[in-house]
Design a protein. Structure first.
Lengths: 335, 224
């Protein structure tokens, strides 16, 4: 478990104090995929680097499995960092070393394995990320997605308990992003690794994260289970991220609906409810008519969800609303 | 054959042979010491510079000042100014032995600056990645910085070697021996243009070989 207790960070630039992170407390449970989302300058990168102390906090305490990271001496810090893997937006592989030597690097630095043991571990890791055939190549000969796979293999070399992902898919195209995220989800599941990732794309959060914290100007403005935050965003920053992901402009949509008759409601289904034939049943029983104005059926990590915006006319509207509310569905009356 | 012999009537080929050997010896020894001293100095300058691992303003400023002073001094002046010190170090300020200290003192700061610049070219993200693996500063330098900067450092050695060739030629002016010495004594002072021509051609060939070998090595170690 990773705990932030009143952690804050201020940078001094040319005799001016610039706060990057206001006092923040946070808990990240072991085994979770925890996402931090925010625009650039929101403080998410600082938060991530505080965990393995690439940045030292200006105040507060950070505990990892009960160990106070902020109090470690140089030796202790080096030992601790070996239990925390990290991958980067621009991969940060050594261009002068082969793929195999890059992956071997953390093991060579630790210096507690024989050459044969290292070779065997590297072969395992490359097989896991699907790059066994590329061991002798140099990073410059690989595609972006392959480079990130090397980065992941390298980060896993010392069998860490935590993996930090710094915008790991931001430099990749959508298809490659999907495959890298899938690999991360697999690793999380199979190795029971805690993953903390930062991103500015809600899509990344939706695909792999269990929990999410939304950051804005050095403050966590909203936090919770991804499904809750994603489907019922409260803070304006969160809403903007969700809309960016759905490519919806709220104002545009409202003006589109202006000429539509009847009441407008938004229904949100989650899990099994997504597959229940609710709309038809309610329409039949209460005599209302409905038309679907907008909708999306997708998955949040492994959970299916649906979100439909309906215009409802005629029949017993109150009874229909009561039926929706009683079912395992979240209803929001927009008009 | 006869015309060739008359064309180079003043050229004593044995003397040319010896002078070439002297130049190569001066170059080899001074280059070895320059790299040996300049590499750690360059690494130290890089590490103590602002925003780097061992950031230390006083150390960086002091080394920088000394390096700049030595680089600002024309080599011919350095040769003369250093004479007393040279005598203390090598016991003589003449001959090959007498030129080595000024050669090394002239080339080391130059090389160290080039090393510092080559290290600065290494992506900061790579240093961060190695740090995140729990590397010591020493490991960061040996396992990441130097291998990543190797093409740049090889280019710096090439440039320095060529600068040293011209330094050795200048050292001829104070009786160091070597091709520069021949060019000055025969070519310049006795107007023997044929000797001048032969020495200049040999120096050119030497520079050309150094540059070619250097470029090949840079290309070999470059995987970007």
């Amino acid at each position: 478990m990773i705990e932030f207790h009143n952690v804050h960070k201020t940078y001094r630039v040319a005799d001016r104090e610039i706060p990057a992170l206001h006092p923040t407390s946070l808990q990240i449970e072991a085994g979770q995929v925890f996402g931090l989302i925010g625009h650039s300058g929101a403080g998410k990168s600082t938060m991530l680097r505080l965990i393995n102390r690439l940045e030292a906090p200006s105040g507060g305490k950070i505990l990892v499995d009960g160990v106070d990271v902020t109090a470690l001496d140089a030796d202790g810090l080096r030992g601790f960092r070996r239990q925390v893997g990290m991958i980067f937006q621009h991969f940060n592989l050594l261009s002068s070393k082969t793929v195999a030597d890059n992956v071997a690097m953390p093991l060579t630095l630790a210096g507690d394995m024989s050459r044969a043991q290292i070779d065997q571990r590297v072969a395992e890791l490359l097989a896991r990320v699907g790059l066994s055939d590329h061991a002798k190549k140099y990073p410059a000969q690989l595609s972006g997605g392959q480079k990130q796979r090397v980065g992941i293999a390298r980060a896993l070399a010392t069998k860490p308990k935590i993996l930090l992902c710094d915008e790991a898919t931001s430099a990749l195209d959508p298809q490659t992003t999907a495959s890298v995220l899938q690999l991360l989800a697999e690793i999380n599941r199979e190795l029971k690794l805690t993953i903390v990732l930062i991103t500015h794309e809600m899509d990344v959060i939706r695909r792999v994260c269990d929990q999410v914290a939304v950051m804005d100007a050095g403050v966590i403005v909203e936090q919770g289970a991804v499904a809750d935050v994603f489907l019922h965003p409260k803070h304006p920053t969160t809403r903007r991220f969700v809309q960016e992901d759905e490519q919806v402009d709220e104002n545009e949509q409202n003006s589109d609906f202006a000429h539509v008759q009847g009441r407008i409601v938004r229904l949100t289904f989650q899990g099994e409810a997504t597959y229940a034939p609710l709309l038809g049943t309610v329409a039949r029983e209460t005599g209302v008519d409905y038309s679907i104005l907008a909708g999306r059926i997708d998955r949040i990590k492994d959970t299916p969800y649906g979100q439909l915006t309906l215009a409802i006319t005629g029949g017993d509207m109150e009874a229909a609303f009561a039926r929706f509310t009683a079912a395992d569905v979240h209803m929001e009356i927009l008009r | 054959m006869e015309t060739l012999a008359t064309l180079f009537s003043n050229v004593d080929w044995y003397e040319i042979w010896v002078a070439t050997g002297d130049t190569l010896i001066m170059l080899g020894i001074s280059l070895a010491f320059t790299v040996l001293l300049g590499l750690p100095l360059g690494v130290l300058m890089f590490l103590t510079s602002p925003r780097q691992l061992l950031e230390n303003k006083p150390v960086y400023a002091t080394i920088g000042l000394i390096v700049n002073m030595l680089r600002a001094l024309p080599f011919i002046i350095l040769l003369i100014v250093m004479m007393p010190l040279t005598e203390i170090i090598t016991g003589t300020s003449l001959g090959i032995l007498g030129t080595l200290p000024p050669l090394i003192a002239g080339a080391t700061p130059f090389f160290a600056r080039l090393v510092e610049t080559a290290l600065r070219e290494v992506d900061r993200g790579i240093i961060e990645a190695i740090q995140a693996m729990g590397a010591t500063t020493r490991q960061i330098v040996v396992k990441a910085l130097l291998p990543e900067a190797r093409p740049g450092i090889l280019a710096a050695i090439t440039v320095t070697a060529i600068a040293l060739v011209s330094f050795t030629a200048m050292a001829g002016a104070v009786g160091a021996g070597g091709l520069g010495d021949l060019a000055i004594r025969y070519g310049y002072q006795r107007f023997q243009n044929d000797v001048m021509f032969v020495t200049v051609v040999l120096l050119l060939v030497l520079v050309q070989i150094l540059q070619t070998v250097g470029d090949r090595l840079v290309a070999h170690f470059s995987h970007r």
